[in-house]
Design a protein around this ligand. Structure first.
Ligand code: COA
Ligand code: AMP
Ligand code: ZN
Length: 434
């Protein structure tokens, strides 16, 4: 199998050299982060100084950073450069009230773009390719992130965005698309639209897909590859660490290389917060190593994975992580959008007439995710004018859609008909099967 390098030297750097580089960058990151109001305070309280970091193991003396810390510091608390140096903001979905926002300088965007070019070049994207990006643009990182990366390689980019499936397929044929970026469940759904249109998914010129933004199994990947007759490569990232371009499969498809020149990687036990032995499952924790606009120290991703030990036949020295096995929190990913049940709860409680209990049911029908929210409402709505009930249902649907960015199906039910939601009552039933 051909090994393809965007930056051979850095991708194959001897581990010892790579670790030296990480140490140098870690110290520089601490100095940069100390310029942000948040880390300036935390570092001073904890007596943290870059000079005290003697080895990579000293990272354990640094504080963890969580989504909650980012929310509390909203909007600029972690920004480490003057405002005029910032050129871009992105935000993660799945935040209550205040979003977790991440800011980038021009240099940050340049480095992020380079990482995405590295990922896509690794699996064979070239300037002769036509790349169709089926992710939502805007605040989501999967749109502009991949877009810039593919342009950096010199491919022709079609910024199709999400949805509009028939047009999506039309574009594939009209412009001879050879590579796509798509959410795995949507790739499956799109296959059924091909069928509806009397078209064969194998009849396009697409030879590779980058799939990510939601958990999926090896079986799902294989199914996508069989249906379309192309290769599908797993792509992992999160807004707090730029977005996509954090870890990506190489042509061997045996785990995702995580770019260790840009991220310092730890895997910890989420309960004890101690590192797990290499190769064991735990929560992925990352520190940005090159970011200047908003460096983040020891970010707890809440994603569960493990390091795959041993060299990869492709020759890259950056370690690999296993596909994401789950989360340590209750975040749901629906149609590639992150949702916390508490977002739904908050919005429901603000609507007059809504009772205490609700239930979220997730289903996957014809590979289309759907979310039903059953909501208890006051008994009076069931006793008189049904128009009132419908009006309330529509209002709740709009409220929820504006909060969670996907359209839920809302079912209004009588009081006391749902399980009580005190304590740890199950508020989510996930019936999605691949
Ligand atoms: N990716 C792309 N398109 C999707 C999709 C997905 N994950 N899930 C559904 N769609 C399509 C539907 O098939 C439908 O297509 P159609 O126009 O051919 O009918 C269209 O989007 C609207 O679907 P619907 O289920 O009515 O939408 P919604 O209001 O519940 O959600 C989306 C709207 C799809 C725009 C929203 O869920 C989204 O932006 N998802 C992608 C998020 C993303 O890019 N994440 C990456 C983060 S890096
Ligand atoms: P966001 O910050 O909106 O980009 O969402 C990031 C989250 O999406 C991650 O923390 C993961 O939980 C999930 N995610 C992203 N890529 C993948 C992937 N390839 N496999 C599984 N989950 C993923
Ligand atoms: Zn490899």
């Amino acid at each position: 199998m051909e090994s393809m390098f965007w930056e051979r030297e850095i991708e194959t750097l001897e581990r010892e050299e790579l670790e030296k580089l990480q140490l140098k960058r870690l110290k520089a990151t601490i100095r940069k982060a100390a310029k942000s109001p948040y880390y300036a305070r935390v570092f001073s309280e904890m007596g943290i100084k870059a000079e005290k970091i003697k080895s990579l193991a000293d990272v354990k003396h640094l504080p963890y950073t969580t989504k909650d810390d980012l929310r509390k510091q909203w909007p600029y608390g972690l920004v480490a450069v003057p405002r005029e140096k910032l050129v871009r903001m992105h935000s993660s979905s799945g935040t209550t009230g205040r979003a977790t926002v991440v800011f980038h300088t021009a240099k940050d965007i340049d480095k992020w773009t380079n990482l995405l070019a590295r990922c896509m070049y690794m699996v064979g994207l070239r300037k002769t390719d036509v790349f169709q990006n089926m992710m939502t643009y805007g605040l989501f990182t999967g749109g502009l992130g991949f877009h810039y990366g593919a342009e950096r390689i010199g491919a022709l980019v079609i910024p199709a965005g999400a949805g509009n499936s028939k047009r999506q397929i039309q574009l594939l044929f009209d412009f001879g698309t050879t590579a796509i970026h798509v959410i795995p469940s949507y790739a499956m759904h799109l296959a059924s639209v091909f069928e509806e249109m009397g078209l064969d998914p194998k009849s396009t010129q697409v030879r590779m897909a980058f799939i990510g933004a939601e958990p999926h199994s090896e079986k799902m990947r294989q199914r996508i590859e069989e249906i379309y007759g192309f290769k599908a490569y797993n792509s992992y990232g999160l807004s707090e660490m730029n977005g996509p371009g954090v870890a990506f499969e190489c042509p061997y498809q045996n785990g995702m290389h995580i770019w260790e020149d840009s991220f310092l990687v730890e895997v910890i036990d989420p309960k004890t917060l101690e590192p797990v032995p290499e190769g064991e499952q735990g929560e992925l924790v990352m520190t940005t190593l090159t970011r200047e606009g908003m460096p983040i120290i020891r970010y707890r991703t809440k994603d569960l994975t493990r390091i795959i030990s041993g060299p990869c036949p492709c020759g890259r020295t950056h370690r690999r992580i296993e596909r994401i096995m789950g989360r340590t929190d209750d975040m749901l990913i629906v149609k590639g959008v992150n949702i916390f049940p508490v977002q739904i709860e908050k919005r429901l409680l603000a609507v007059p007439g809504v009772g205490k209990n609700f239930l979220i049911i997730l289903e996957r029908e014809d590979y289309n995710d759907s979310m039903t929210v059953k909501v208890e409402v006051e008994r009076q709505y069931f006793q008189g004018d049904l128009g009132q009930l419908e009006k309330l249902r529509r209002k709740i649907t709009e409220e929820l859609k504006s909060e969670i960015l996907v359209t839920p199906k809302v079912d209004l039910v009588e009081p006391d008909s749902l399980p009580k939601s005190e304590g740890k009552a199950v508020r989510v039933i996930d019936n999605r099967k691949e």
